[in-house]
Design a protein around this ligand. Structure first.
Ligand SMILES: Cc1cc2nc3c(=O)[nH]c(=O)nc-3n(C[C@H](O)[C@H](O)[C@H](O)COP(=O)(O)OP(=O)(O)OC[C@H]3O[C@@H](n4cnc5c(N)ncnc54)[C@H](O)[C@@H]3O)c2cc1C
Length: 378
């Protein structure tokens, strides 16, 4: 049983990116994934690189919540900056494009909300342009007349989620990390000075472990006698046949659940967090009522999608927290154990969170500028 400096459990974006940044710093790493790399949320997501404050919690939790969310906003801004050089760093095409994100308002009250949100966003370093109806029409002629204005953020964009976790894992492997997939569920045992992780009839040992299990995190924490307020919700995304490029932006709505973007090959991804169902075996499956509502909304906001054929809809569990804040850092009462858990927008925030966590594991102040005290596991 060869001992490594760090064992990471979970081969989504959080785990593979942490493995890469640790390996880049010369730390020896074994990553253990129960299934395929990026096989859960990290590969099933909609590929939006977001940073604007999500409209739904802003409306329901209020401005006081948005101010508490500000450290996360800073993390997302840092992360989008890192996405900008990620292809060069990992040496591969990830289909990243920063066409800007347009949050569309369909009423004056939504426009007023966007303006209040923009103040908090700008304070965190986001560039937000509030657009009138005419400016919105000029910038986004593909929108219907329902759009009466919007908030445009040029830093936002998209990437292909199918490519990212495997690319991080390949780059980490090149730097010497051991990446083990298809291992089945790992279990953790705490010893006096070490952690023992068992999976696929093999035992791995290290003084430090990183839990990056996404929605599988609660079961892993339980093995350390810990419980954190972690949530999981089944949601779904759809993809159309390829079309001539006509949506250059990441589009979302201030008042309703909708995100849309066009992939490099021209397919339109339609999502927004619509509920899927859970089947009797506990797996997420597509809900047809949600699908009908999601598509009707997409056609109402971007009429050009109405003539496209839908190719596929899929469902997956998204990881959440009630306050939308990440949980990042050393786990209480478990010396040497760390967690990397970015809820809701974990694709967007993944690079910065992993870079910061890799620093914390090495006992360093994070090189990413954000208030990490706000994310400390409690
Ligand atoms: C449908 C959908 C759309 C989304 N859209 C977006 C978006 O557009 N933009 C955005 O920023 N975010 C989006 N998200 C959220 C984002 O995908 C997640 O927040 C992010 O991928 C979480 O990454 P992760 O690595 O923490 O978790 P995961 O990707 O879930 O990875 C965790 C890994 O840990 C493994 N694991 C768990 N337990 C064990 C164990 N005991 N042993 C071994 N392995 C284990 C799992 O198999 C899994 O591969 C979306 C999510 C979903 C589901």
């Amino acid at each position: 049983m060869a001992e490594k400096d760090v064992i990471i459990i979970g081969g989504g974006l959080a785990g593979t990116a942490t493995a890469f940044y640790l390996a880049q710093d010369g730390v020896s790493v074994t990553l253990i994934e129960r299934g395929g790399l990026g096989g859960e949320a990290s590969g099933a997501n909609a590929g939006s690189l977001h940073a604007q404050i999500p409209a739904d919690p802003f409306r329901h939790l209020g401005e006081a919540w948005a101010r508490q969310f500000q450290p996360a906003l800073t993390l997302y801004v840092e992360s989008l900056r890192m996405w900008g050089s990620l292809e060069a760093e990992l040496g591969t095409d990830l289909e990243i494009k920063f066409g800007g994100g347009l949050m569309v308002a369909t009423s004056e009250s939504e426009m007023a909300e966007l303006a209040r949100k923009a103040e908090i966003e700008r304070a965190a370093g986001l560039e937000i342009q509030l657009l009138t109806r005419e400016e919105t029409r000029r910038r986004a002629p593909y929108l219907s007349d329902r759009a009466i204005g919007g908030a445009f953020c040029p830093q936002e964009g998209k990437a292909n989620p199918l490519l990212v976790a495997p690319a991080y894992a390949r780059a980490a492997t090149r730097l010497g990390a051991e990446i083990l997939s298809a291992q089945g569920n790992a279990t953790i045992t705490r010893e006096a000075t070490h952690y023992t992780v068992t999976a696929n009839n093999q035992t791995h040992r290290a003084r430090r472990i990183v839990i990056a299990g996404g929605t599988g995190t609660p079961a892993l924490l339980e093995m350390l006698g810990l419980q954190l307020a972690i949530q999981a919700f089944p949601i779904q995304v759809s993809v159309t046949e390829p079309a001539t490029p006509f949506i250059p932006h990441l589009v979302y709505c201030a008042g309703e659940k909708l995100t849309m973007k066009q992939t490099r090959i021209g397919s339109v991804l339609i999502g927004g967090g619509w509920n899927a169902r859970i089947d009797p075996r506990g797996r997420p499956v597509v809900d047809s009522d949600s699908l009908a509502s999601n598509l009707a909304l997409a056609c109402a906001v971007v009429p050009g999608v109405a003539s496209l054929t839908l190719l596929r809809t899929w469902a997956a569990f998204v990881n959440g927290t009630a306050d939308w804040l990440p949980i990042l850092g050393p786990l209480p009462g478990s010396p040497g154990a760390f967690i990397n858990y970015v809820p809701w927008l974990g694709f967007s925030g993944g690079p910065a969170a992993a870079r910061a966590l890799a620093d914390m594991v090495q006992g360093r102040t994070p090189s990413v500028a954000a208030d990490f005290a706000a994310f400390a596991p409690k």
